[in-house]
Design a binder for this molecule. Structure first.
Ligand code: NAD
Ligand code: TYD
Length: 337
């Protein structure tokens, strides 16, 4: 199996590449990543030299590049993770979310159709369902009702992917997962941002009343779910992934402080996010029953391990915060291209 994996230098992508190379010894993985601010070639540096792995810097919106790459590498299947992924950035500057998440996905779908791939895994998010009240859960048939430019762009790309399945018979599978945590998450997202701030005794900015609820899943459990959906998912179907770990943001922030032995006085309530979804909760029954998937990590233990990872990998996130990581690619590859 020769897989084109888009967005492999990001958080979930880099964890997935590592899992695939470990667990599927006859697969070759070609990563296509633009290395935006969120892409970090350092996340995959340990894989350089593996004959079953190749990194290509490029934009998914560039159809010619993608088509040429698929032909040259003999690509059989696509795992599509590349995206602009941060809600707050989509509120500040939405256009790039439409370019990458909507147009980029359509470009990939078109190339996938031309080259005739065996599987197109479109990786999406539970945020496409919008916000829940105090009760209820998202199932695969919950109507799409996105709140932010990010989630609206993801919902658009989901619909395009499903339309390519129905109209052209492209073997698409769509996954929708809840909030991920774990190693290599960019420190603009809640958990790594709070860890990095607490470690530097900076205020922990909690939006609104801090009582918004997210349903947390460890990135490795998500990655295993993506592999299961890729291999065992049915064409044209959607699968939700979540680990039934609903927590308020405030609970998360307080747990991070406890793990680090820092005082709760670091919590700073700040102005709420515009259109802030109140609660997400996933019903993953379909993935459990149809794909035989189940999460392995328990939230409280895995959050502790995650905090330790950021403590032990301080240079990794400090290079990101300082912008130093952006120069890694030039140092590593500049002279070779
Ligand atoms: P991320 O922001 O960490 O990584 C995104 C990657 O995509 C980066 O490496 C970036 O360089 C690359 N990229 C962006 N634009 C590109 C373009 N035009 N061409 C090629 N590469 C480009 O994101 P993540 O958290 O790893 O999320 C990966 C996918 O999973 C996204 O599609 C996201 O919507 C989805 N998802 C994320 C979560 C979560 O909690 N993080 C949950 C559910 C679904
Ligand atoms: P985030 O990690 O951005 O994920 P998403 O918005 O995709 O769920 O945010 C998770 C929750 O944490 C969300 O309710 C917003 C909140 N949040 C804060 O309170 N402060 C912060 O600095 C950030 C980044 C997020």
């Amino acid at each position: 199996m020769n897989v084109l994996l888009t967005g492999g230098a990001g958080f979930i992508g880099s964890n997935l590449v590592r899992l695939l190379l470990l667990e599927r010894s006859d697969w070759r993985v070609v990563v296509l990543d633009k290395l935006t601010y969120a892409g970090n070639a350092e996340n995959l540096a340990d894989l350089e030299g593996s004959p079953r792995y190749r990194f290509v810097r490029g934009d998914i919106c560039n159809g010619e590049l993608v088509a040429e790459l698929c032909r040259r590498e003999g690509i059989d299947a696509v795992m599509h993770l590349a995206a602009e992924s941060h809600v707050d950035r989509s509120i500040l500057a939405p256009s790039v979310f439409i370019d990458t998440n909507v147009r980029g996905t359509q470009v990939l779908l078109e190339v996938a159709r031309e080259v005739g791939v065996k599987r197109f895994l479109h990786v999406s998010t539970d945020e496409v369902y919008g916000s829940l009240g105090a009760t209820g859960v998202f199932t695969e048939t919950t109507p799409l009702d996105p709140s932010s430019p990010y989630s609206a762009s993801k919902a658009s790309s989901d619909l395009l992917a499903l339309a390519y399945a129905r109209t052209f018979g492209l073997p698409v599978v769509v996954t929708r997962c809840s909030n991920n945590y774990g190693p290599y998450q960019f420190p603009e997202k809640l958990i790594p941002l709070m860890i990095a701030n607490a470690l530097r005794d900076r205020p922990l900015p909690v939006y609104g009343d801090g009582l918004n609820v997210r349903d947390w899943i460890h990135v490795e459990d998500h990655a295993r779910g993506l592999l299961a959906a890729f291999e065992r998912g049915e064409d044209g179907q959607v699968y939700n992934f979540g680990a039934s770990s609903e927590r308020t943001n405030l609970e998360i922030v307080k747990q991070v402080l406890r793990h680090l032995g820092k005082p709760e006085s670091l919590v700073a309530y700040v102005k709420d996010r515009l259109g802030h979804d109140r609660r997400y909760a996933i019903d993953a029954t379909k993935a459990r029953t149809k794909l035989g998937w189940a999460p392995r990590h328990r939230f409280e233990d895995a959050l502790g391990e995650t905090v330790r990872w950021y403590v032990e990998h301080r240079p990794w996130w400090e290079r990101i915060i300082s912008g130093e990581y952006l120069r890694y690619y030039e140092r590593q590859y500049g002279a070779r291209s």
